[in-house]
Ligand binder design. Structure first.
Ligand code: APR
Length: 265
């Protein structure tokens, strides 16, 4: 059965790369973009998520991001975020001392990287540290004058636009808008991990937005075992070695939980 094989591969792999999208945060109450009820159903990208929109009406764009920021800060990481943080620790936490030596875990120091398209900060709050936020973070601003990045104040105290603590310039949302480049080095780091991965795990993304969507294809073409978790079919599904047509929590429980039912069958 595919899922059992996928679970075995994840257990044994020395290099794992994970890509997540808005679907992993849906159970935390954060809206996706293209699903029924998604953000782009109620808001036009051209009005809120392009440099032109911001130039045209910075305060309107800031009010929208301040609203999303407050939602993200009220939300809690869910079991799926936590399971991925636990998976990372299998690669990065030394096993207990044996005698007076640290016996490195079988996978310690191997390759694990979590790449997310999400800007909600929930992976970091769940404890993930080997993390690339490809599209930036809704909890940060970037100064339009000096380029400094700085955290936004508590949502209850935040009155946009934020003022740069370094130079007093106006801050813009530190997210990647349509038509903008990704943060320097972010995609190269992600590409490197997916090109070398033995297992690539893609969770909760419609796989429609490039260049993030290319990561799953890259891993598959490089010979990785590709796993997709999504209740719906995506352009990536035909390449997946294992496609779990279910939600992120259910799928990651099956693949990663120590009490997975897959071990019982
Ligand atoms: N578990 C897993 N997947 C889910 C769940 C869930 N509980 N609920 C929904 N999904 C899936 C949907 O089937 C859909 O394929 O999550 C996906 C969400 O797709 P999008 O809304 O397109 O979000 P995403 O793929 O992250 O969008 C990529 O587009 O608008 C830009 O910058 C924005 O980062 C975003 C990028």
């Amino acid at each position: 059965m595919e899922a059992r094989e996928a679970r075995r591969r994840l257990k044994e792999a020395k290099r794992v790369a994970v890509l997540t999208g808005a679907g992993i945060s849906a159970p935390s109450g954060i809206p996706t973009f293209r699903d029924a009820g998604g953000l782009w159903k109620d808001f036009r990208i051209e009005d809120y998520a392009t440099p032109e929109a911001y130039r045209r009406d910075p305060l309107k764009v800031w009010e929208w991001y301040a609203w999303r920021y407050a939602n993200a800060m009220q939300a809690q990481p869910n079991r799926a975020h936590r399971l991925l943080a636990e998976l990372e620790r299998q690669f990065t936490t030394p096993s207990p001392h044996v005698g007076d030596r640290l016996t490195p875990t079988a996978r310690e120091g191997s390759g694990f990287l979590l790449v997310t398209q999400n800007v909600d900060g929930l992976h970091a709050r769940a404890g993930s540290t080997h993390l690339v936020e490809l599209h930036g973070s809704i909890g940060r601003a970037r100064c339009e004058e000096c380029g400094a990045r700085f955290p936004l104040p508590d949502p209850g105290l935040f009155i946009p636009p934020p003022v740069c603590p370094k130079c007093g310039g106006r801050g813009r949302p530190d997210v990647v808008w349509f038509g903008e480049l990704l943060p320097p080095g972010a995609f190269e780091r992600a590409e490197n991990a997916f090109a070398k991965a033995e297992v690539a795990l893609v969770v909760g993304t419609s796989a429609e937005i490039e260049p993030a969507a290319s990561l799953g294809r890259l891993a598959s073409w490089a010979g990785a075992y590709l796993i997709e978790i999504n209740p719906n079919q995506t352009p990536l599904s035909r390449l997946a070695d294992c496609s779990l047509r279910m939600g992120a929590i259910e799928g990651l429980e099956a693949l990663l939980s120590p009490t997975s039912l897959l071990d019982l069958e």
